[in-house]
Write a protein that binds this ligand. Structure first.
Ligand code: AMP
Length: 213
């Protein structure tokens, strides 16, 4: 099963991508997590990505597409994967489609988690992320069992620099301009599943699993 997660930053893509990955026993691949790991590791890729991420812009397609195609060529991806945060532009979606088609393959589902901008900005202030496994939480709506600690791996939870209010507004602007057109792209492909992301995380997951059949 090859699944793509769509939705604005803060819509709950990361949380649901992890849930889906567990359900189908396939890897969860987050381009944001890969960039953050590279920033932490001080790599050239990390240095390049940081300058865009810190201001809420997208990392250029030339950097992102090759990185993702390399990742999905790894052995653990042979039975499928959940992509969280990729594609984010039409050229990224076209590149993925082409790379898969060359192997007679295709994406099975694109899940769009729909949440209005006002709800997103309210949510972002309470968002916390795991410094190690990339798990995401919300202090009010999806709290960890123990405050400040990841349920999944026991590491520390922090507020990401790009969850600051002014950066959130820029990320939303970028989302509407560059990423939202992907909804029509996958609608035309006949694989779009739209889910109301304002519901509880549990209800959002059950709606997604129902749609994936
Ligand atoms: P995320 O963790 O998915 O919210 O991503 C955090 C940041 O990483 C984004 O705001 C972008 O700057 C960058 N990023 C992640 N995925 C992509 C992508 N597919 N294309 C370009 N930039 C990306």
């Amino acid at each position: 099963m090859k699944i793509i997660m769509l939705g604005a930053p803060g819509a709950g893509k990361g949380t649901q991508a992890l849930n889906i990955a567990k359900e189908y026993n396939i890897p969860h691949i987050s381009t944001g997590d890969i960039f953050r790991a590279n920033i932490k590791g001080g790599t050239e890729l990390g240095k390049k990505a940081k300058e865009y991420m810190d201001r809420g812009a997208l990392v250029p397609d030339e950097v992102t597409i090759g990185m993702l195609l390399d990742r999905i060529a790894e052995a653990d991806c042979k039975n499928g994967y959940v992509l969280d945060g990729f594609p984010r532009t039409i050229p990224q979606a076209e590149s993925l489609k082409k790379a898969l088609a060359e192997k007679g393959d295709k994406v099975d589902f694109a899940v769009d988690i729909e949440v209005p901008d006002e709800v997103i900005t309210d949510r972002m202030s309470g968002r916390r992320a795991c410094t190690k496994c990339g798990g995401t939480y919300h202090i009010a709506f999806n709290p960890p069992k123990k405050e400040g600690i990841c349920d999944n791996c026991g590491s520390e939870l922090v507020q990401r620099a790009d969850d600051k209010p002014e950066t959130v507004l820029e990320r939303l602007r970028t989302y509407h301009e560059l990423t939202q057109p992907l909804i029509d792209f996958y609608k035309n492909e006949g694989i779009l599943c739209e889910v109301d992301g304002t519901q509880s995380p549990g209800k959002v997951l059950s709606d997604i699993l129902k749609a994936l059949g």
